[in-house]
Ligand binder design. Structure first.
Ligand code: NOJ
Ligand code: CA
Length: 570
């Protein structure tokens, strides 16, 4: 027997799904003969707004700062920036605790500053994707303030409230992923509310149709203002088992000292897909793109996020890609092959504001910059979309805190030293070699790593062999080369455990990508006749080897950690 709220939820879903079926399949004008949409040819970059550029020298980046760098983004070849949340927020989770979805935090500027940034972006061909925190709000959001005031107020059912099991006993054993119980008691209601993240981030009750309507409405507010899409935060945890069944416990303790458990009843519930459809339905009339923070355990789970009728997310991020290790041809070939074989449009991501930067993950202390180029040479030439992380293009390294008292991220304060927090990957963008890397004339909210003196935009622009110029050249090629834009992916020399190579083929054209992922020199040879290309040599497009303008396919010399990209003819 369904409860009233379950029946209402079912009704709203039916309406949303009916509407979504009416519009989800309506693709906008394709940008090429393959029917690709605009976002399939766009290069995306995540920008953490606190750390990109500070225009008023208060030590925190802002929208005017981002606007001032639009020309740089255009120069680099970025088409769309995803800006981490810049809505009003108490900043407990640095913006992922939103207290108003339809405004800008004064720390970042005003709605007028947003309009200005959007306009300058448009002039430079750079679109704005906002970050929508779907799972929870701030505890200072007016919905939650009302909701916690009584059991009878109009927002009483907008969050997950439940009586305790007994005195000082939460409703069940669920844990917050940020440490401790996921339940917090509120005296005014005499009940507990549920928070998958910090206690200041209460989970919304997505089974309440009013929540769904309000949230879909906020995305439309921004589409009307010029936002071209959303990155959807924490979608896996939108729903909880209505019976609040205890999760099964697992052996061992986590980094916060809590008993491990399997998130059987509060993670990846099937209802999540209905909300993805509802959000897509709201996005379709604006031809907007939805990018998902989709932490999946395998390729089939990732495939589900596109929707069975391609009516959910256009770009669920392949975050499994960020977990691949060690750097090896076999590891990457295997994973890319599986994702590509799913037939969907892959979304490659190497770094973000929650994980150690790829530059630091793969650095060996000897070939760090070369390795950064190998990684870029790979993921920016694969079939699919790529989302860069700010500073990746100059080889920014993590700058992790070494003392608990320096930690800003609350999970680092709570879990130190097992959990050091995420400050290290969120440091200010390195623009030049002046103090604070040109990010601010004030005191930056996080310290700039010492590497800013060599790894900064100004210095690397001037160096033709820099990581920055490698990215710029790669992105220019990616924007224009038909085989990179539209070609299929064919793995080559699959038994080579040192060199990862593949072909991108489109009609009469093909691009050969050869990546030495080892610390030893290697030689790679190719016979591409089985792939329909009889060429014995390639025209060099971009390389970090010593190859000349043409390169014989019978033996490509690859010093340690190098990239060769060349064009081959039929
Ligand atoms: C994922 C975000 O990327 C992360 O930074 C945040 O702490 C959690 N979601 C909670 O919103
Ligand atoms: Ca500022």
């Amino acid at each position: 027997m369904q409860t009233v709220s379950q029946r209402m939820f079912a009704l709203v879903l039916t309406l949303c799904l009916a509407a979504s079926h009416a519009t989800a399949q309506k693709p906008s004008k394709p940008v090429d003969a393959e029917g690709h949409q605009w976002w399939q040819h766009a290069v995306f970059q995540e920008i953490y707004p606190r750390s990109y550029m500070d225009s008023n020298n208060d030590g925190i980046g802002d929208l005017n700062g981002i606007a001032s760098k639009m020309e740089y983004l255009k120069w680099l070849g970025v088409d769309v920036i995803w800006i981490a949340p810049c809505f009003p927020s108490p900043q407990v989770d640095f913006g992922y605790d939103v207290s108003d979805y339809e405004n800008i935090d004064p720390m970042y500027g005003t709605l007028a500053d947003f309009d200005h940034m959007e306009k300058i972006g448009k002039q430079n061909g750079v679109g704005i994707v906002f970050d929508f925190v779907v799972n929870h709000t701030s505890d200072k959001h007016k919905w939650f303030v009302e909701s916690s005031s009584s059991k009878t107020n109009p927002y009483a059912d907008w969050y997950i409230w439940k009586d305790g099991k007994g005195a000082n006993q939460p409703p069940n054993n669920w844990l917050s992923t940020f440490g401790g119980s996921a339940w917090q008691f509120v005296g005014t209601r005499g009940q507990y509310y549920y928070h998958f993240f910090y206690p200041q981030q209460p989970d919304l009750n997505w089974r309440n149709p009013k929540v769904a309507a309000a949230m879909y409405g906020s995305t439309v507010f921004w589409y009307k203002r010029g936002v071209v899409g959303f990155r959807l935060d924490a979608v896996d945890t939108l729903f909880e088992d209505p019976n609040l069944t205890d999760n099964p416990t697992l052996p061992g303790k986590n980094e916060f000292g809590d008993q491990n458990q399997e998130r059987k009843y509060n993670d990846k519930l099937p209802e999540v897909h209905d909300v993805m459809k509802g959000l897509r339905n709201a996005a379709n009339p604006y031809n907007a793109v939805l990018i998902g923070e989709t932490w999946t355990s395998d390729v089939s789970e990732l495939k589900d996020y596109y929707g069975k009728n391609h009516d959910e997310l256009q770009m669920p991020m392949d975050l499994m890609f960020t977990e691949l290790k060690p750097l090896s041809a076999n590891v990457f070939r295997k994973h890319v092959g599986a994702v590509d074989a799913s037939g969907e449009w892959p979304v490659w991501v190497m770094s973000n504001h929650d994980i150690k930067r790829a530059y630091s993950r793969f650095a060996d202390g000897k070939h760090d910059d070369d390795i950064a180029k190998v990684m870029a040479g790979m993921y920016l030439t694969l079939r699919g979309s790529a989302i860069l992380y700010y500073g990746e293009e100059i080889g920014m390294a993590n700058n992790d805190p070494t003392r608990k008292e320096d930690v800003r991220d609350p999970i680092g304060q709570l879990g130190w030293p097992e959990q050091i927090g995420r400050d290290g990957e969120r440091t200010p963008m390195q623009w030049n070699d002046t103090p604070n890397a040109g990010f601010t004339k004030g005191i930056p909210w996080l310290p700039v790593p010492a590497t800013y003196q060599t790894h900064n935009v100004a210095a690397e622009k001037a160096d033709p062999n820099s990581i920055l110029n490698f990215y710029k050249n790669l992105l220019a090629m990616r924007h224009t080369n038909p085989a990179l834009l539209d070609g299929d992916y064919v793995a080559l020399n699959e038994s080579d455990s040192n060199v990862y190579s593949y072909l991108r083929r489109y009609k009469n054209q093909a691009v050969l990508v050869v990546l030495n992922m080892s610390e030893a020199p290697q030689t790679a040879s190719f016979d591409l006749s089985a792939q329909g290309f009889s060429a014995k040599q390639a025209k060099t497009l971009l390389t970090t080897t010593k190859a000349g303008a043409t390169q014989a396919l019978s033996g490509i010399s690859l010093p340690p950690y190098t990239v060769y990209i060349g064009e081959v003819a039929k």
